[in-house]
Design a protein around this ligand. Structure first.
Ligand SMILES: Nc1ncnc2c1ncn2[C@@H]1O[C@H](COP(=O)(O)OP(=O)(O)O)[C@@H](O)[C@H]1O
Ligand SMILES: N[C@@H](CCC(=O)OP(=O)(O)O)C(=O)O
Length: 391
């Protein structure tokens, strides 16, 4: 980086309070160019994760570094160049050492979670990944997510954990996406190329002007560069999750985060997580099936923060699968709400009118006591309210 750039003061600001964050750590922080993994920068980030946990907050880590670790293991025998199968082999070789690095820095157990973008597009697998991550957090385990490079053909070509981190942030209902990079902020232009570039403290919206500021990756082991970080911030913002970008090379920046201060760039959101979620529930295409509920359920659902339990279900029409967005209607067939159903139509039919505690006895298994969880539900009132942000 040029001297002119380093002279720029990085804005410091208070971070809004958060309870659950996704922290993305790139290859450049875990491996020096061409070299193997080192705890050098990871240490301060692991310290931040532990301090957050001690303060009652949860962090899901999205870590790159498998390809770099695999390459370092093979040393001179490592395949060079960007051949896809070779990179996939290197990633397979390097996943375990990458996890081992985080385990060596974490006093709590570390769990490996390998995901592909495909897993997250498929509703059923999405729900399973979400349930696993929630359970890991409840067990006080640190989940370390990376792409499942072995099968993620297109994704490895993009090689993009920034976007994966944004999707994971929505998946786990995070309040904040933290991106630790090798650079301390978003600059008005790539500071490696333009010495007049200045750092930005806050970005209100990912406009075409902001997107145009980003160049590609600055190094040989990183893949995404600033462009994928901005894409990730846009994706997170669409889900109502703000993003904070900071330098993982700066221990002070990691320490400041523990105290709720960001030295870097904050990407604000136009709508809250709940509004974004309700908006999505309102607009996303629903499955052809419907759930017919009784009067008690209509009252509970329209009254506020209730989930739909099996006891309130009278009947089911049409077909839907576990995880589908389904319309909930009253006895007269009028829509009451829409929500993501935890069970398929056949299962809901068998559970209609039963008590939640009987689910396992009826089906032989259970995905939880709700047919539609309240977090996955938009009532007609929600729909009308969120409609206003449409204009
Ligand atoms: N407008 C910009 N502001 C900051 N950095 C930029 C910008 N445009 C391009 N970059 C480059 O993006 C790099 C960060 O991306 P990358 O090297 O892929 O990191 P990581 O490994 O953290 O994903 C920076 O080092 C910088 O060279
Ligand atoms: N999944 C790959 C890295 C993909 C990636 O996005 O890398 P980076 O740009 O360093 O965050 C790995 O673990 O090496």
């Amino acid at each position: 980086m040029s001297g002119a750039m380093q002279a720029q003061a990085i804005p410091e600001q208070a971070l809004p309070a958060w309870r659950r964050a996704v922290l993305k750590v790139g290859s450049n922080l875990l491996a020096a160019d061409g070299g193997g993994l080192t705890p050098h920068y990871a240490k301060a980030l692991a310290g931040f994760i532990q301090a957050s946990r001690d303060a009652g907050r949860q962090v899901v880590l999205v870590s790159s570094g498998a390809v770099a670790a695999g390459r370092a293991q093979l040393r001179a025998h490592a395949p060079s160049g960007g051949d896809l199968a070779a990179r996939q082999a290197l990633a397979a070789l390097g996943q375990a050492p990458m996890i081992a690095l985080w385990q060596s820095l974490s006093p709590r157990p570390v769990a490996q979670v390998l995901l592909t973008h495909d897993d997250l597009r498929n509703r059923r697998r999405y729900l399973n990944a979400r349930a696993t991550l929630r359970e890991l957090l409840a067990l006080d385990v640190l989940p370390v997510v990376n792409e499942n490079d072995t099968v993620a053909v297109d994704e490895l070509k993009l090689g993009d954990n920034d976007n994966l981190a944004a999707i994971v942030a929505a998946l786990v209902d995070a309040d904040l996406l933290l991106i630790a990079s090798d650079i301390d902020a978003l600059y008005t232009a790539d500071p490696r190329r333009d010495p007049t570039a200045v750092p930005l403290g806050r970005v209100e919206a990912l406009t075409p002007e902001v997107l145009a500021m980003a160049g590609g990756s600055g190094s040989s082991v990183g893949t995404g560069g600033m462009r994928t970080k901005l894409e990730a911030a846009a994706k997170a913002a669409a889900a109502g999750v703000p993003t904070a970008l900071f330098s993982g090379r700066n221990e002070d920046a990691a320490r400041a985060l523990v105290h709720g201060r960001l030295r870097g760039t904050y990407f604000a959101v136009a709508r809250s997580r709940m509004q974004a979620r309700k908006y999505w529930l309102r607009h996303a295409p629903a499955a052809p099936g419907r759930i017919h509920v009784d009067e008690g359920a209509v009252r509970a659902l329209t009254g506020g923060r209730a989930s739909l339990l099996p006891g309130g279900v009278r009947d089911v029409s049409g077909e839907f699968h576990r995880g589908d967005l389904v319309e909930i209607v009253d006895a007269a067939g009028h829509p009451v709400a829409r929500g993501l159903c935890q069970y398929g139509d056949g299962e809901v039919r068998r559970l209609a009118g039963r008590h939640s505690r009987d689910i396992e006895a009826v089906l032989g298994y259970s995905y939880g006591s709700e047919i539609v969880h309240r977090d996955d539900l938009a009532t007609l009132a929600d729909i009308e309210t969120t409609g206003e942000i449409d204009a």
